[in-house]
Design a protein around this ligand. Structure first.
Ligand SMILES: [Zn+2]
Length: 228
């Protein structure tokens, strides 16, 4: 154990308030002594953050502490990547259901990234896996699930055109044309050069034009009907 910096130690001691706590039966979680609660308003304690870290360490007994961040990142990244790749292979070969299972696995691995690692990795890995799963759901014509996944992608990685693209496709699948057009335009605000979105916009504008023409036709035939 390194010797603590005395100035830092003094600072810690200054704010130190003793609390009565007990440990859970597996010796992992701290609880308030009186009510045996992880978060207790009566005792003014909240051990949820500490316990989360404790559980993480207890579940990974081989973890070095402090952890060499890049080593862990790389290993986890490889597993997430290879799981997602397996999903892509399955998707391409038409085994969509199995691909969805792989994407789900890749996503749940990505969120297991320990809290001391850069959040950005988690966001990228998670959003990619979920975005691919949205495409797979779309393929199965499960547009509701495709939309839910696309919304998740957009919320964790707003400036990535792919999420907006997936959202627009799902909305189109659901027949929500106006919202699909909005999603495409919002995506283009973030990434004006996205080819995927640009060609989607061309298609959408064609449909918009057709709808306008139909409206006009309907109005004309109505007024003709009135005139005659
Ligand atoms: Zn309590």
């Amino acid at each position: 154990m390194p010797t603590p910096d005395p100035a830092l130690q003094a600072l810690i001691d200054q704010d130190f308030v003793p609390v009565s706590l007990i440990l859970s039966s597996d010796n992992v979680n701290a609880l308030c002594e009186k009510h045996k609660l992880e978060k207790c308003d009566d005792c003014h304690v909240d051990f949820s953050g500490t316990n989360y870290l404790a559980r993480l360490l207890a579940n990974n007994p081989n973890l070095l502490c402090p952890p060499p961040a890049n080593v862990i990142s790389q290993k986890l990244s490889q597993i997430v990547q290879s799981t997602k790749d397996e999903g892509n292979t399955l998707f391409k070969s038409g085994q969509t259901q199995q691909a969805i299972a792989k994407y789900t696995m890749a996503a749940s691995l990505a969120v297991q990234r320990p809290p001391w690692e850069a959040n950005q990795f988690m966001r990228e890995e998670l959003s990619t896996a979920i975005s691919n799963r949205s495409a797979a759901y779309f393929d199965l014509h499960d547009f509701v699930s495709a939309l839910a996944d696309a919304e998740t992608v957009v919320s964790i990685r707003r400036n990535w055109s792919k999420g907006h693209f997936r959202k627009a496709k799902a909305l189109l699948g659901l027949g929500r044309f106006r919202e699909a057009a909005e999603a495409v335009r919002l995506g283009l605000d973030y990434e004006p050069t996205s080819n995927e979105l640009l060609s989607f916009l061309v298609d959408i504008e064609k449909v918009e034009k057709k709808l306008e023409e139909k409206k006009l036709e309907a109005r004309q035939s109505k007024s003709e009907a009135i005139a005659s």
